[in-house]
Design a binder for this molecule. Structure first.
Ligand SMILES: [Zn+2]
Length: 464
């Protein structure tokens, strides 16, 4: 495959913009190939703090029709920002943070995506019959600046960083405006900038990101099914502090503190105590330049494997851990990256029987001018469910990020069948459509602003 050079990418943009107007002009043409919706995407615009949506279509040409969401509140882009978003079962939730530790106005907004999955014998059809609309919101000075948002066992979990706790949000209640505002239940546990993993709707592990002090390296274990006022069952300490990431897989909880990775067995029946819980440690090595321990941040999962990235420049690695193993170890895949680039957290997808991880190589400093890249790793080339043969499938140049704190990173989302990916280029105002079958960008859409986080709902329509 020939990678795009900078100049061919630019002419590609112009070509797509031209094609978009051509599609509009020929929409009444009876000879035209029937337009098919590939997925519905929702993306946050950093500049306006608004949420956009669009159906991406294929036909004679690739198409995108952008719109805004009915009932979405005006978020003050000067003093507030949109926080992580997730979707599940037709409902999308986005957090809202303010720049005053949650004392101005923060909280969450829920949206009916208008997309539903219709059973059809041994398969399902995706229908795009509704328009997205806001079903509920909880925005005030008491929501404690929501941070991490995750979905586990059909329930949303939203961390309230300044309230040292988190909420459960029930998608079934979020679907209806009449019940959406009553859908949240608050639990204490975790603090500062919380990383949270809920397991089997029974127990949550909620961490603190303090760099030192009594809460440095602290993890709270919270029962989710207790009667009465929820309480922390017990807390334990990791050997190092500044916890940035957490996940669970195969009966283990994995955590990302300042040094390496720690893991504990999931304690569903709450039989452990602060003293008895066994904290296991996996080293990620030492950084050759700084001589400090190597750390990671955000985890992702594919089958029974946990994935994360470490290092920058020539030290960049994708790390893979078999969570099912009684004695887990770290498999490292070197990812060639230029100096001045760092890998984003992996995003994984199952596509046509193959599992892939997508990693962006982003500038460590927003203005260093190094060409950014997208690397796709094939996780299990021989398909024997052992990922230790993971290898790089392709690396392609991409338009720029525009990083600023947690914002402005490239973000990617996949349709429900894993046929196409949509990813943002925050520094270019562009949304890309990537075909996994062809392993290349097939369309670039100029959407303007600074497209940030993105979510994809649904899968390519088929007609029969
Ligand atoms: Zn069918």
């Amino acid at each position: 495959m020939v990678p795009f050079t900078r100049s061919t990418m630019t002419s590609f943009v112009l070509a797509v913009v031209f094609c978009l107007s051509a599609v509009t002009g020929s929409s009444a043409d009876a000879q035209a190939v029937r337009n098919r919706i590939l997925m519905r995407v929702f993306w946050q615009d950093r500049e306006t703090a608004q949420l956009s949506w669009a159906d991406i279509t294929s036909g004679d040409k690739w198409g995108i029709k952008r719109a805004w969401i009915h009932g979405f509140p005006m978020v003050d882009a000067e003093n507030q920002e949109l926080a992580p978003m997730k979707h599940h079962n037709g409902v999308l939730v986005t957090g809202v943070r303010d720049h005053q530790d949650g004392t101005l106005q923060s909280g969450w907004i829920s949206v009916d995506t208008g997309v539903f999955e219709e059973p059809h014998g041994n398969h399902t059809h995706w229908k795009y019959t509704g328009l997205p609309k806001v079903t509920g919101m909880n925005l005030d000075a008491h929501q404690g600046n929501p941070g991490q948002l995750s979905v586990s066992e059909n329930i949303f979990y939203l961390a309230h960083d300044q309230k040292n706790g988190f909420s459960q949000l029930q998608p079934s209640l979020l679907k209806q405006a009449s019940s959406a505002s009553e859908s949240a239940k608050f639990f204490s546990g975790g603090g500062s900038h919380i990383a949270l993993a809920a397991v089997n709707d029974a127990v949550a592990y909620s961490s603190w990101d303090d760099e030192s002090g009594p809460n440095g390296g602290r993890v709270d274990v919270v029962p989710l099914r207790q009667a009465g006022k929820p309480k922390i069952a017990y807390s334990f300490q990791l050997p190092s502090a500044a916890i940035h990431g957490i996940t669970h897989n195969s009966g283990k909880v994995f955590l990302a503190p300042a040094d390496g990775i720690c893991w504990v067995k999931v304690d569903l029946s709450l039989k452990e105590t602060a003293e008895s819980v066994q904290v296991n440690y996996l080293s990620l090595g030492q950084d050759e330049l700084s001589d400090r321990p190597v750390r990671t941040g955000t985890f992702s999962n594919a089958r029974n494997w946990v994935l994360c990235t470490t290092g920058e420049g020539d030290q960049s690695k994708l790390c893979l851990i078999n969570a099912e193993s009684a004695d887990p170890s770290v498999v490292k895949v070197n990812v060639p990256a230029a100096d001045g680039l760092r890998l984003t957290a992996p995003e994984t997808v199952l596509s046509l029987g193959n599992r892939y991880a997508f990693l962006f190589q982003e500038r460590t400093d927003a203005v260093n001018g190094v060409q950014e890249q997208l690397t796709v790793v094939e996780l299990d080339p021989d398909r024997n469910r052992d990922f230790s043969d993971a290898r790089i499938r392709t690396t392609i140049p991409v338009g720029a990020s525009r990083t600023e704190g947690h914002h402005g990173h490239h973000a990617i989302a996949f349709d429900a069948y894993g046929r196409y990916a949509a990813f943002t280029e925050p520094g270019e105002g562009i949304l890309n459509l990537f075909s996994l079958q062809d392993m290349q960008v097939v369309a670039r859409f100029k959407v303007g602003g600074s497209p940030d986080r993105i979510v994809a709902v649904g899968a390519p329509e088929h007609f029969h």
